[in-house]
Design a protein around this ligand. Structure first.
Ligand code: PDD
Length: 278
């Protein structure tokens, strides 16, 4: 049976859900998105994701999305598609308008709203082995706090990691390791958990914030401060966090072994505590 998705007010079979060739997300990457994780049929952190979606919309001067509609539709898609462990992808674009202009449409335009829920299983084997990462220069814009669909530098960075036989690329900005191509970056340096501060250069991840809370509750020292590239060699542990990866240990960076080459105790403790929470 085909997946049912939600597009512009309608529940549709996946194959019939199409958007205009003039949609500004397609032409100009003029849109925003969220990815929400669903555990045993229940979305995790929906409120945080919706709050961030509303903020992204405000920052791009998009009309305020109807958050109640999105939440209701998300739950309905889980029900219709009989999903238990899943992700919900939500995208809002400024809509379709012709002729193409860079500036906002001058006439009335309805935003495009797409919601897709699909089955998802975490890569549990990778939690055991950890992943390899590489560093790449950050070539993105200065508003990475907005969760926009303009992800070309992220896609190129992830492909560079793939080409290098690694699973994630860590962006380097002004001499600091700031975040992953689709994740937030953490390390243990001098016995403290470090992660880049919430600001316009990174996406403040929902999972990042949960991980910080959990780490503090577990009694770890946490410092929201960047990790200089010159200190990466001294970090005893590294990991990334995201909705889909939760806490994913990094066991090698640019071919250099991190710690003893296995997931470290802090990452494992965080993952365990967060899995219990989830
Ligand atoms: N990405 N930083 C970037 C650049 C991201 O794309 C993501 C998430 C995160 C982590 O955010 P969160 O914990 O809220 O998932 C940080 C999603 C999962 C994606 O693009 O698929």
């Amino acid at each position: 049976m085909s997946l049912t998705v939600y597009l512009n007010g309608q529940f549709l079979p996946y194959e019939q859900a199409t958007v205009s060739v003039e949609d500004r997300a397609f032409l100009l990457a003029d849109g925003i998105y969220e990815v929400v994780r669903v555990y045993a049929g229940r979305p995790f952190g929906m409120e945080g994701h919706l709050t961030r979606l509303a903020r992204s919309a405000r920052e791009l001067r998009l009309p305020a999305p109807d958050l109640d509609e999105i939440e209701r539709v998300s739950l309905e898609l889980l029900r219709i598609n009989n999903l238990s462990d899943a992700t919900i992808y939500i995208q809002v674009s400024r809509g379709a308008y012709a002729p193409r202009t860079h500036a906002f449409p001058t006439g009335p335009v309805t935003p495009t709203l797409l919601v897709i829920a699909r089955s998802f299983k975490a890569n549990a084997a990778q939690w055991e082995t950890g992943i390899k990462a590489i560093t790449v220069p950050d070539q993105r814009w200065a508003r990475c706090d907005i969760k926009s669909v303009s992800l070309l530098p992220n896609a190129l960075a992830k492909q560079a990691a793939t080409d290098a036989g690694a699973q994630e690329a860590i962006f380097i900005k002004d001499g600091y390791a700031i975040e992953g191509s689709s994740s937030n970056f953490f390390a243990v340096l001098d016995g403290e958990i470090r992660t880049y501060p919430s600001c316009n250069y990174i996406l403040t991840g929902i999972t990042r914030n949960v991980a910080l809370d959990v780490a503090r509750k577990l009694g770890y020292k946490v410092r929201e401060e960047g990790i200089p590239t010159t200190a990466l060699g001294r970090c005893t542990e590294m990991w990334v966090t995201s909705t889909t990866q939760e806490v994913m240990p990094i066991v090698s960076l640019d071919g250099q072994v991190v710690g003893d080459g296995r997931p470290g105790p802090v990452a494992q403790a965080l993952l365990k505590a967060m899995r219990e929470l989830l």
